[in-house]
Write a protein that binds this ligand. Structure first.
Ligand code: ZN
Length: 177
């Protein structure tokens, strides 16, 4: 079965010298499947430019999306906007031993420029976008509602040692009474 993600592959070797532009949006649905685990059915807009620079490739652009997260303090839902603009490099190397799978991408941030090491000239832009959005997800999202603290305190009134995440999802048995 042909995966829809094939549509987001770019062959780096066949890029014109001046580079190539790519746009993905929810309207056209190119990345719907690939991004669903991160953003659900939220809106997204991706604009990318890939350009050969000597032996490497420059990838720049922006990613806008929205994630549905749970506030780690009060436990209510929140919308987390992703506004990511970047300028990175893609380095294709046959001997990238740290990559687990052939063709998979490793990102290494080195002196402020992020290098994406790929083992194939068939570069998956969808995978790249997925990685960027995944990195933009905060470990402990906060809703910033004015009553965030009040709701947290109310939910933990009966708990002696409240811990700071959604009390509805908490395993109460692990808390010392
Ligand atoms: Zn909150």
């Amino acid at each position: 079965m042909k995966r829809s993600t094939n549509l987001t592959f770019v062959n780096l070797k066949s890029l014109p010298e001046k580079g190539e532009q790519y746009q993905f949006s929810q309207q056209n649905g190119e990345l719907d499947e690939q991004l669903r685990d991160l953003i659900g059915s939220n809106n997204y807009y991706v604009s990318l430019e890939v350009r050969p620079v000597g032996n490497v490739f420059e990838i720049s652009g922006e990613i806008r999306a929205e994630m549905d997260l749970i506030c780690s303090h009060c436990g209510r839902e929140l919308h987390h906007p992703v506004n990511d603009s970047f300028n990175e490099l893609i380095v294709v190397t046959a001997k990238w031993t740290r990559a687990g799978h052939s063709g998979h991408v490793n990102s290494v941030k080195d002196h402020e420029i992020t290098c994406n090491y790929a083992t194939s000239f068939d570069f998956d832009l969808g995978d790249f976008v997925h990685e960027h959005i995944a990195l933009a997800e905060p470990d402990h999202p906060l809703c910033a509602r004015p009553d965030c603290d009040d709701v947290f305190n109310a939910a933990n009134r009966t708990v002696k040692n409240p811990i700071d995440f959604n009390p509805l999802l908490r395993d109460n048995s692990s808390i010392k009474k």
